[in-house]
Design a protein around this ligand. Structure first.
Ligand SMILES: *[C@@H]1O[C@H](CO)[C@@H](O)[C@H](O)[C@H]1NC(C)=O
Ligand SMILES: *[C@@H]1O[C@H](CO)[C@@H](O)[C@H](O)[C@H]1NC(C)=O
Ligand SMILES: *[C@@H]1O[C@H](CO)[C@@H](O)[C@H](O)[C@H]1NC(C)=O
Ligand SMILES: *[C@@H]1O[C@H](CO)[C@@H](O)[C@H](O)[C@H]1NC(C)=O
Ligand SMILES: *[C@@H]1O[C@H](CO)[C@@H](O)[C@H](O)[C@H]1NC(C)=O
Ligand SMILES: *[C@@H]1O[C@H](CO)[C@@H](O)[C@H](O)[C@H]1NC(C)=O
Length: 436
């Protein structure tokens, strides 16, 4: 082989490697529908919190402008904020609202735009992607602008790809669709982030990788956007159930470290309605009724756990590295059998499968003694090892207190921010999360 040929071969290898070995990234699902009045600064505040734990970008879950007139404005705000924050975003078209074919005009609907392409979602989706995909805030994979969906696996990406360079990572509701659909998708997102046999069936925990294994098998090397979520409880009249999450956050992240998917999506950043947010309280988001169970119920401390796992995932490590001692706790506000006195809805489905326990994740540089005093119950002390360990303790009504000691000296701890109560007016199966 002459020098020229070697150089050419080397260039080919380098180029194809650069193309194929896209970098691992962690995205978080962001509900644009609740930030109608967000400013660029509001977006930047969220992006700063997300970046601080290693999140690379937001998947912008949104409805078309005929449903939420502010979608274009908020997409523009998000892309501007991302571009100015060294952060990435991509659009996640919510196919509860977008259509996988020609949108049919219904007399009386909100469609007033005279442009015909508003009535054709293939064109509308293409335009939305063209609007933003060349901006610096656009998340990319293998050179293409990432586009994703919530449901919507029947949408055909071929005409979109004819117009611009897109890496289509739609949600597939069933992993077998990876072998059946001919929609020009490049990879897939799974929504099976909670224990379920499919649909929204509620099964006992703990979470397994039974779904993930199928996505990996049937995607056959195409990128898998693996979902991770800390919790799920919701209490609307249209949906009123819990999934059995318990210590899902550390169980699931350990599965991610074991499986090392190409990409990860945290569900969610700010879905207060389903109680799986890890953002701060977002003072400027609008309230869809979820404040009944999300107000005053912080989840921020879950970001401390997430940060260590994101670093480990990106490093390809099988366990996270802990370089400072810490503790994160979470628990529900009442034992599960508590009857609430003034709720128009019954208790959520699935609560009979929950355990009345308090969860503690210790993040320790060396083994120590963890002592938990749950309400009126006697203090319980256990030895916990170094690294990230999640333990649980029988729930007692009253103040929750936590202490970690090493060599007989207390190193951290304090009282939980919420007392567990034996009475309630409305059902709340969200978790109160705090830490030391
Ligand atoms: C919320 O909006 C107000 C008024 O626009 C603004 O002053 C404040 O900084 C915003 N808060 C955050 C966290 O962005
Ligand atoms: C795309 O840009 C056009 C032209 O500025 C604008 O009218 C439209 O609302 C944008 N669409 C989206 C989804 O952002
Ligand atoms: C969307 O896809 C489904 C499944 O292929 C199909 O039944 C439906 O007709 C499609 N909708 C449109 C508007 O093309
Ligand atoms: C957003 O601002 C507009 C104009 O001030 C107001 O009419 C609307 O109610 C606000 N939306 C929410 C959800 O707060
Ligand atoms: C029960 O809830 C309703 C609102 O849903 C409220 O108006 C009423 O004051 C509540 N009653 C009691 C006794 O708290
Ligand atoms: C509590 O911890 C025990 C011991 O590790 C474990 O067997 C059990 O599954 C845990 N309970 C829950 C609800 O996670």
């Amino acid at each position: 082989m002459g020098l020229k040929a070697i150089t050419a071969a080397l260039a080919l290898v380098l180029c194809s490697r650069g193309f194929v070995s896209a970098q691992k990234a962690v995205y978080a699902h962001f509900m644009v529908g609740i930030v109608e009045n967000y400013t660029v600064d509001d977006w930047k505040a969220d992006m700063a919190d997300a970046k601080a734990i290693g999140i690379d970008g937001f998947a912008l879950n949104c409805a078309p402008p005929r449903v939420d007139s502010y979608t274009p404005k908020q997409l523009a705000n998000a892309y501007q904020a991302a571009g100015e924050s060294d952060f990435k975003v991509f659009i996640s078209f919510d196919f509860a609202y977008w259509q996988n074919g020609t949108f049919t005009f219904h007399p009386g609907s909100l469609v007033t735009d005279h442009h015909p392409w508003w009535l054709d979602d293939t064109a509308l989706i293409t335009t939305a992607l063209q609007n933003y995909s060349s901006l610096p805030g656009q998340a990319k994979y293998a050179g293409g602008a990432i586009a994703s969906t919530f449901v919507g696996e029947f949408f055909d990406w071929a005409p979109v790809k004819a117009a611009l360079s897109v890496t289509a990572l739609p949600m597939l509701e069933d992993p077998i669709q990876a072998t059946e659909l001919h929609t020009s998708f490049d990879g897939a997102l799974s929504w099976y982030a909670w224990p379920t046999d499919g649909g929204n069936s509620i099964i006992p925990g703990p979470m397994t990788t039974i779904w993930d294994d199928k996505y990996f098998e049937w995607l056959a090397g195409k990128p898998y956007l693996m979902p991770v979520s800390p919790w799920f409880s919701t209490h609307f009249n249209s949906k009123n159930w819990v999934f059995v999450c318990e210590q899902l956050i550390t169980d699931r992240w350990n599965q991610i470290l074991a499986l090392q998917p190409q990409l990860v999506e945290i569900i969610s950043w700010n879905d207060f309605g389903e109680s799986h947010y890890i953002s701060g309280p977002q003072p400027n988001h609008s309230d869809d009724g979820s404040s009944q169970w999300a107000a005053g119920m912080p989840h921020d401390a879950w970001r401390r756990i997430t940060k260590l796992y994101i670093a480990a995932y990106k490093a390809g490590a099988s366990v996270p590295t802990v370089d400072a001692d810490g503790l994160v706790y979470w628990y529900r506000p009442t034992p599960k059998d508590t009857r609430c006195t003034n709720d128009t809805l019954p208790a959520p489905n699935g609560i009979n499968l929950l355990s009345d326990v308090v969860f503690v994740t210790t993040m320790l540089t060396a083994s120590a003694t963890l002592t938990v005093t749950s309400g009126s119950l006697a203090p319980v002390s256990i030895n916990v090892g170094a690294g990230i360990v999640t333990s649980n303790f029988t729930m007692g009504v009253g103040t929750q207190s936590f202490a970690v000691s090493r060599n007989g000296a207390k190193i951290l701890g304090g009282d939980g921010g919420l007392k567990i109560a034996s009475t309630c007016t409305t059902y709340n199966f969200n978790a109160y999360v705090g830490g030391f």
